[in-house]
Design a protein around this ligand. Structure first.
Ligand code: CDP
Length: 216
């Protein structure tokens, strides 16, 4: 079974994806870390994240080790990631890695959970379960600034909200694989829900899907 989870930044999709993977015993891929790894490598080598030719080369050479880089979660890398993510050759180069993971989840588990922006629409349109996770921009900025402060980084709310809106706009407006809910995705608004409540809703969706499999 493939579970595709999409949504904007800090909507709670990563927390949900990890929780679901653990509860179901599935493998988990945070597809954002692929774009972040490309961006981090470009920034570290002094390249412009809008340079499509270099970014494509870096994307083609991404390995699982790159997803463990300690600099992936910084805001500078997040901004650069949403720039490289708008380049079609970069997206094409990262597609095989993601589809491979979904088809042959490492650890020979019964399935895979992938989260990102285009998993249900482009990467795994055949996914049995599709969730689209949202929350208000204000709540998402509040969560992200709390996370940054906990890591010892600057988490000024107004700046985080502004940067998040810029990134949301870029992710939604790009012509190639924009952030959008798949027609058959179940939407979960997490604005007023804690992680356990969101996980319970998602597990109910999965259980329902499994029941309908057995009926078919
Ligand atoms: O953690 P957060 O939700 O803020 O970001 P992320 O999921 O790590 O993604 C970082 C950036 O990568 C996003 O702003 C998108 O531009 C891009 N991305 C994408 O285009 N497609 C995906 N499947 C995943 C991420």
């Amino acid at each position: 079974m493939i579970v595709a989870i999409d949504g904007p930044s800090a909507s709670g999709k990563g927390t949900l994806a990890r929780g679901l993977a653990k509860a179901l015993g599935f493998a988990y891929l945070d597809s954002g870390s692929l774009y972040r790894a490309v961006a981090a490598k470009l920034l570290a080598a002094g390249f412009d994240p809008n340079d499509a030719a270099v970014a494509e080369q870096v994307a083609r050479a991404i390995s699982p080790d790159d997803l463990e880089r300690p600099d992936l979660r910084s805001e500078a890398v997040a901004q650069a990631a949403s720039r490289v993510a708008a380049l079609p050759p970069v997206r094409a180069a990262l597609l095989a890695f993601q589809r491979d993971f979904a088809k042959r989840p490492p650890g020979a588990t019964g399935g895979a959970v992938l989260d990102g922006r285009d998993i249900g629409t482009v990467v795994c349109p055949e996914a049995e379960v599709k969730l689209f996770v949202t929350a208000s921009a204000e709540e998402r900025a509040r969560r992200r600034s709390k996370e940054l402060i906990e890591k010892g980084e600057s988490g000024i709310y107004a700046r985080v909200l502004k940067e998040m809106r810029e990134r949301d706009d870029r992710d939604t407006a790009r012509s190639h694989a924009p952030l959008v809910a798949a027609a058959d995705a179940v939407e979960i608004d997490t604005t007023d829900k804690d992680a356990n409540a969101v996980l319970a809703i998602a597990l109910a969706v999965v259980a329902e899907k499994r029941k309908s499999f057995r009926r078919d």
